[in-house]
Ligand binder design. Sequence first.
Ligand code: PXG
Ligand code: PLP
Length: 438
Amino acid sequence: MTAHPTPTASNLDAYWMPFTANRQFKDKPRLLARASGMYYETTDGRRILDGVAGLWCVNAGHGRREITEAVARQLEIMDYAPPFQMGHPAAFELANALVALAPGLDHVFFTNSGSESVDTALKIALAYHRAKGDATRTRLLGRERGYHGVGFGGISVGGMVANRKAWPTAMIPGVDHLAHTHDIKRNAFSRGLPAHGVELADDLERLVALHDASTIAAVIVEPIAGSTGVVLPPAGYLQRLRQICDRHGILLIFDEVITGFGRTGSPFAAREFGVTPDIITTAKGLTNGAIPMGAVLVSKKIYDAFMQGPAGIELFHGYTYSAHPVACVAGLATLSIYQREGLLTRAKEMAPAFENVVHSLRGLPHVIDVRNYGLVAGIELEPIAGSPGKRAFDVYLKCFERGLLIRTTGDIIALSPALTIEQKHIDELIETLSTALK
Ligand code: PXG
Ligand code: PLP
C-alpha cells in the first residue's frame, strides 16, 4: 500500500495542529507513517515503541485486522445511517455489549469523542433533574486539575488553567470545583492507590454547605486523572464521594475516557474501585482508536426519568454521527478482541512487572515522583526554574529520537501502553526512558 507523500517544509503550514506548538513542530516535524502492534514507524523509516497507546486509546495494539475488516465490510454494506428517528442493528448490538461490561448502567447514548461524551453527560444530568421536577439543580461541579475535553461544558467543569483562561466569559454558569487530590508531599512514590487524602472528598460537603444541595445537579471526576499527569484517587476517596452524592441527591459522573476499557485492570475503573456512578463517559478505547466514537452510559434511574414524560422526543440532543455504523462495527470488533484476548483484565497481570520497572526510575536525575496503577504511570520531574514543562518536553524529544513515544503534560511524563504489551516492550520502554532521563 502506498503511503501519502511526506510533506515538505512548505506544505506543513495549512494544517493548524491541535494542542501542539505549531511553529516548533513545523520547524522540526515528527511524522508517523504506519503502525503495527506496539510500534509506529516514522516517515523516515524509524521504528518507535508506542508507550502511550497512541493517545491513551489503542488498547489492543495497532493494526488489528478484525477491526480493519469490519470497517471495510460495513463501508461496503452501508456507509451511513441517520441516527434520528431511525436505527440500524449494530447500534443496538454495541449498546447491549457495553451494558454487559458496565457496572450497573443500563443505557447508552452514542457520541463521536470524549468531549462530546462529557457535554452529553452534563446535559443529561441537568435535564434529568428538570424531568424529575427538580429544576433548581443547575450547578455542575468538577475538580481542579480535571480534564473533560474541550467543549464549553468540558472546559467549564475542567480544571486545567491553560484550557480555560482564553475563554473566561464563555464558561457555563454555576460551576464550581473540588480540590484536586495531587499531593506528592504525602504520597510520593506510592505504588497503586495513594494512602493519604481520603478526606479530600469532604471538599464536596464544603461545596454543598456553600451552594446548598438543592442547587447542585452533578459532580464529574476522572477516577484516575490522565491528562493532568496521572493523578490517582486516594484509597477510599471515590467511595466517599459516592456516599456524599447519595446523601445529597447529587449525580456522580465518572469520566472514563481514559480509564475505560481495561486501563486499570477492569473493564471500567468504576468496577475496579467498586464504586457505581450514575453516568460514565467513554471514548478512545471503545474503538481501539481506529474510528472516532464515544459513548455515555447511564443508570436505569436516569433513563426511566426521561421515559415518564409526554410521548415524543425525550432528549433534544444528538449528533449527525451518533452511532455511526462504521464506528459501531469498529466498536463491536474491538470489544470482541478485548474479550477473546482477555485484555480488559490484562493490566492486572502486567501491573506488578510494570510497577517495578517504572519505580526503578526513582533516584534518576530530577525524578520527584513515580506513581502507577494498572497499565498507567506518571513520572514527575522537578521543573527547570522559570521554564515549566521544558524538562519533560526535552525528555520527550530525546525519547522520540531514540525510538520511544511518551506523553508529557507540564513536567509529568505519562505512560499508558497498549494492554497487549509484553515484558520485552516494558524493558525496552524503560531502557530508553531511563537513558533519556540520565
Ligand atoms: N475526558 C477525559 C477524561 C479525557 O482523557 C476527554 C474527556 C476528551 O476526549 P476527546 O476524544 O474529545 O479528546 C479526554 C481526552 C493528554 C490528552 O494530554 C488526553 C486526552 C486528549 C488529548 C490529550 O494526554 N484525553
Ligand atoms: N452546524 C450545522 C449548520 C449543522 O447543520 C449541524 C448538523 O446538522 C451541526 C452544526 C452539528 O453537526 P454534528 O451533528 O456533526 O455535530
